[in-house]
Design a binder for this molecule. Structure first.
Ligand code: PLP
Length: 396
């Protein structure tokens, strides 16, 4: 008897080595104690939410005795939260956004899923640079879409424009970019965005169904060394920004984010109506009531970015001292160094023997690298140096 769909059964089977690594990590922590394992595998922000979140929660609790305090609402979210969010994203994007251009969603993940549900026909393609956030493949397949990845330049992870240009065909529906990037920490420049927009515009000519440019931006707030994160909106009219408060407010479990439709998109009202409907019929119904109320009060605040900066610098020092090859991340909280010896799965197994948990690049469509997340204290980062040295020495 089969309990699962063949697709989900296949997903579980094909991700079994990731699961094995995850389980091995749990075993390591059991055996040596959590404090003796350096876990760089999880992208779950450990920096506490800003104080305003706690204060807001207490305020929200005071309203619990009123009818509909946490009741259903319009599928796009609370109208007043949408208006407040519009002011904030107008500042961030440098483009005037109205509340009606936004749909509040269950995280950036919920926004991407609602968008795909709205625009994809089965068999249509989404192109994204690799390495990429592994869930992108599943989100595409949820709606019969196909994720087509284009390898970025080795080690620097700059966009491969020629590759993207060649990958676009009549089935292309979405170009998806993520900057600052998970897993590489790359940030695309304004020149990059303009160049990409030019390529898409060229392919868009004469098409009945436009190609959408989608920017997934949950790490927009976290760019280092004064690097700018340019908006895609001024450069291409069929564009959508998806983002969330999972990282900048450390609210990842509260599932709160948004889709922002380019205010200049022709016939944008149709797309927004589709997204609102998709939000409902996918079973999200609306983004969480408490999360939205929190957001309304916490907009403009954020976690202390200096904590991440300090960690990035500490991690760079560890990797330098241990002789690793990597590009310094310009944003987000990841490093994506080359795996000594070239076999990322083998190398991550060697790291585990040194009680260091990392994720092989194969999990992000980029074998030969591994991902380290700095969602841990600098003490853990510094403590890992010897282990990194020993693991590398095995592959000389
Ligand atoms: N996109 C990227 C690149 C991510 O790294 C993540 C989460 O780690 C998401 C989307 C999903 O985030 P959210 O919690 O906003 O759904």
């Amino acid at each position: 008897m089969k309990l699962l769909s063949s697709q989900v059964d296949g997903y579980i089977e094909s991700s079994s080595w990731i699961r094995k690594m995850f389980e091995a990590g749990i075993e390591l922590k059991k055996k040596y104690g959590e404090e003796n394992v350096c876990d760089f595998s999880l992208g779950n922000p450990d920096v506490p939410a800003p104080a305003v979140v706690g204060e807001a929660l207490r305020e929200i609790a005071e309203t619990a005795d009123q009818p509909f305090s946490f009741g259903y609402m319009p599928n796009f979210g609370y109208p007043d939260v949408r208006e407040k969010l519009a002011v904030k994203v107008s500042e961030e994007q440098g483009v005037k956004v109205e509340g009606a251009d936004l749909v509040i969603t269950c995280g950036a993940a919920g926004a991407i899923n609602a968008l795909y549900r709205t625009v994809l026909e089965p068999g249509e393609e989404i192109i994204c640079p690799a390495p990429y956030f592994v869930e992108y493949g599943f989100y595409a397949q949820n709606y019969g879409g196909v994720l087509k990845t284009v390898p970025s330049k080795p080690l620097t992870f700059e966009m491969n424009f020629k590759g993207i240009d060649e990958a676009i065909n009549e089935n292309t529906r979405v170009i998806l970019i993520n900057s600052p990037n998970n897993p590489t920490g790359a940030v695309y420049s304004e020149e990059d965005i303009k160049k990409l927009a030019g390529i898409i515009r060229k392919h868009n000519e004469g098409r009945e169904r436009p190609i959408f440019l989608v920017a997934d931006e949950p790490y927009r707030f976290l760019a280092f060394d004064d690097v700018e994160v340019p908006s895609i909106l001024p450069h291409y009219e069929y564009s959508v920004v998806v983002s969330s408060f999972s990282k900048n407010l450390s609210l990842a479990g509260e599932r709160i984010g948004y889709a922002l439709i380019n205010p200049d998109m022709p016939r944008k009202a149709e797309l927004i109506a589709g997204l609102v409907l998709a939000n409902r019929i996918l079973g999200f119904v609306n983004a969480p009531a408490v999360g939205q109320k929190l957001l309304a009060r916490a907009l403009g605040s954020g976690v202390d970015k200096n904590i991440y900066l300090e960690r990035r610098n500490a991690m760079a020092e560890v990797l330098d001292n241990a002789g690793y090859n990597y590009t310094m991340p310009k944003g987000a909280f990841y490093f994506f160094p080359e795996a000594p010896g070239g076999d990322d799965v083998k190398f991550c197994a060697a790291l585990q023997e040194e009680r260091i948990l990392a994720v092989p690049g194969s999990g992000f469509g980029a074998p030969g690298y591994f991902r380290l997340t700095f969602c841990v204290g600098t003490d853990v980062i510094k403590r890992s140096e010897e282990g990194f040295k020993k693991a590398r020495a095995r592959f000389k």
